[in-house]
Design a protein around this ligand. Structure first.
Ligand code: FPP
Length: 245
């Protein structure tokens, strides 16, 4: 007798790459009369939960926007708090993430951060480089405009040196000069907190992504929220510029 198929047997596969703009930590804290840092702390808890959910759901790539190149405009104490949380996260979680087969990649100009953080990031990337579970991509000091300008400069330099001809430049070549080289484009971009914009996040890479904006504040985001976003994704029809049917 053949066993009953599990209820999930016919479920469509999850998107391969989910990217998230984690927004609303400040408002979550304000609504509770707490300092903003408390919202960011709870934001790290939500982040931990979503990484676990991503692993369970067999998502291949999960990209999280942790600190934008524009976030330096925040008060220095808040910047320090966010850097402190990043430090703590890497120190405390690397072992477990590694044990669970998570591969860690950073995008953004993270080499410009404090030396000890740079060291932690290098360590996280090299320790987990051979893992083949979920790839967790953390965007820190990241901004798409700058990423695209820097890619353009490097391509222009290669042309000036004679290492590349103008005719060689195409979308594929351009993409290999972005921070996300080797990472597939996101299929789904989620932004929490009700705001509906991309805020300089993966502007090239998200060209054909489905965008899902959710009213939940980031600290309240959990596995169910992720499932809701993915359900919405599955109801969208991705046509990549072609006609339907
Ligand atoms: C947006 O909320 C959130 C951020 C700017 C930072 C996100 C960071 C974390 C979740 C924690 C740190 C990350 C790691 C990897 C340890 P907001 O402050 O803009 O909220 P608001 O719009 O309600 O003020």
């Amino acid at each position: 007798m053949t066993p009953n198929p599990s209820p999930q047997a016919d479920a469509p596969p999850p998107p391969r790459h989910v990217a998230i703009i984690m927004d609303g930590n400040g408002r979550w804290a304000k609504a509770r009369g707490l300092p903003r840092v408390a919202g960011h702390q709870r934001g790290v808890d939500a982040l931990r939960g979503v990484v676990e959910a991503g692993q369970e759901m067999k998502i291949d790539f999960l990209t999280l926007y942790a600190f934008s190149s524009e976030n330096w405009k925040r008060p220095p104490t808040e910047v320090d708090d966010l850097m402190g949380l990043l430090r703590l996260y890497l120190r405390r979680e690397l072992r477990d993430l590694h044990r669970n087969g998570v591969r860690i990649r950073f995008i953004g100009e993270w080499r410009r951060l404090a030396v000890d953080i740079v060291k932690l990031i290098e360590d996280a990337e090299s320790t987990t480089a051979q893992n083949y579970g979920l790839t967790l991509v953390i965007a820190v000091n990241y901004g798409s405009h700058r990423e695209i300008v820097e890619a353009t400069k490097r391509i222009a330099a290669a042309v000036a040196d004679g290492a590349m001809a103008v005719g060689d430049i195409d979308e594929e070549v351009f993409a290999t000069h972005l921070h996300t080289d080797g990472i597939p484009d996101p299929d789904l971009v989620i932004r929490t907190s009700g705001e509906q914009r991309l805020s300089n996040f993966l502007l090239w890479q998200a060209g054909y992504a489905e965008l899902v904006f959710m009213d939940v504040l980031w600290p309240d985001f959990n596995k169910t929220s992720l499932e809701q976003a993915i359900d919405e994704f599955h109801h969208r029809e991705r046509r990549y510029g072609a006609t339907s049917g």
